[in-house]
Write a protein that binds this ligand. Structure first.
Ligand code: ZN
Length: 372
């Protein structure tokens, strides 16, 4: 239920929607704003209802991204709501520019649809249509203004998200359009530079206007742009390698009856951090991680078999697999262990993150491949 400081609200189409704990601060902000502008309790109630409705619209927006991504076979881990907005955490970003373009546009498109519905409702029911009535804050946050206020907020979501501050939606649209002409790596370099520039502008504006949320968004965009550029750069590097070139061909397979204590002993005499486990038919279907072995020792289970702390092997990949294809496994689980098979289907080695980092380090330093 609780994962990394967030709670699960509900699951729709296999996608959990989570609320980050900081979301609670948003309601403190509502109270603070209400007090600052001398709003009465009904007005504060309408403001709270508006904020809640706005975040419901953000959830629809994120499902716009997530369900479009699903259309292209990309799953979404979850949707997380925080005070500065929502994030649909896709397992991977579509590499085809046309797909990224559609996934990015689907979010704001949902808010265009919601705004259109609200406009029709306002047109049918309100004599003043989309005008917001009232002079003071207390008068503005009145239930009669609810539909027009939510309309303008949805429009704001569309406009703000379409600012080309990569990796915000507008920035992704920009990257996708650039990628069609100059390739993904260069496109990301330019989009991330523009994104970081705009993020700095957000921060300056935030300090100048004393806008806390804009400041937080500026920080978020700045770091996410840097992180995604780093990711695309390493993907570009990985593309030059196959799984076979990365494979650890000499590895220690522990028999099933090995105790945790014995495995820790093996750990101390090896550079390996993951050990495959071999059953009596010499088949490998599970493995143990160093940290689980150490946890087993510290909780007094040293005498138990390693199978007690084992995990199933995540996959078997042929040697000729492109390295980026192996990366999906490590994105899902940093500590994954994969088996590598030759064209005859024989297991020739194992692959884990440490091994990849090791070979990349080696190849960058010495321009070759170590044999391990
Ligand atoms: Zn979006």
């Amino acid at each position: 239920m609780v994962e990394r400081g967030s709670i699960r609200l509900f699951t729709f189409r296999d996608i959990p929607v989570r609320l980050h704990w900081t979301f609670g601060l948003l309601f403190l902000w509502v109270l603070y704003t209400g007090m600052r502008f001398g709003m009465d309790w009904p007005a504060i109630g309408v403001l709270a209802l508006l904020v809640t409705s706005l975040f419901a619209c953000v959830v629809f927006h994120e499902f716009g991204h997530a369900l479009t991504a699903r259309h292209f076979g990309i799953h979404t881990r979850d949707i997380i709501l925080s005070p500065i907005g929502g994030v649909a955490r896709l397992h991977k970003i579509p590499e085809k520019p046309a797909q990224e373009l559609l996934v990015a546009l689907a979010g704001p498109a949902v808010n265009v649809i919601i705004a259109s519905i609200l406009a029709v409702v306002a047109w049918l029911t309100l004599p003043t249509f989309l005008d917001i009535q009232g002079e003071t804050e207390t008068a503005i946050f009145w239930i009669g203004n609810f539909v027009p206020l939510l309309f303008w907020m949805n429009l704001y979501l569309v406009v703000f998200n379409m600012i080309p501050a990569f990796p915000m939606d507008g920035g992704r649209v920009l990257r996708a359009l650039l990628a069609l002409r100059i390739g993904r790596l260069k496109a990301t370099t330019y989009a991330a530079a523009i994104g970081r520039g705009l993020a700095i502008l957000f921060l300056v504006l935030a300090v100048w206007q004393q806008e806390l949320f804009l400041g937080l968004i500026g920080l978020f965009v700045y770091f996410m742009a840097s992180q995604e550029l780093k990711m695309v750069k390493s993907e570009h590097l990985y593309r030059q390698f196959t799984v076979g070139q990365m494979t650890r061909r000499r590895f220690t397979a522990l028999p099933e009856h090995t105790t945790i204590q014995e495995a820790v002993h093996a750990l101390q005499h090896s550079l390996e951090t993951h050990f495959p486990i071999m059953d009596e038919h010499h088949q490998i279907s599970s493995y143990v991680r160093a940290k689980d072995l150490l946890k087993g020792i510290s909780s007094g289970h040293g005498g138990l078999s390693v199978t007690y702390v084992a995990k199933p092997v995540q996959g078997i990949l042929p040697t000729e697999t492109a390295l980026p294809d192996a990366f999906h496994y490590f994105q899902r689980d940093q500590d994954a262990l994969l088996l590598v098979s030759d064209p005859e289907g024989r297991i020739v080695g194992v692959l884990d993150r440490d091994q990849i980092d090791h070979v990349l380090y080696w190849s960058q330093r010495h321009g070759g491949f170590p044999t391990i």
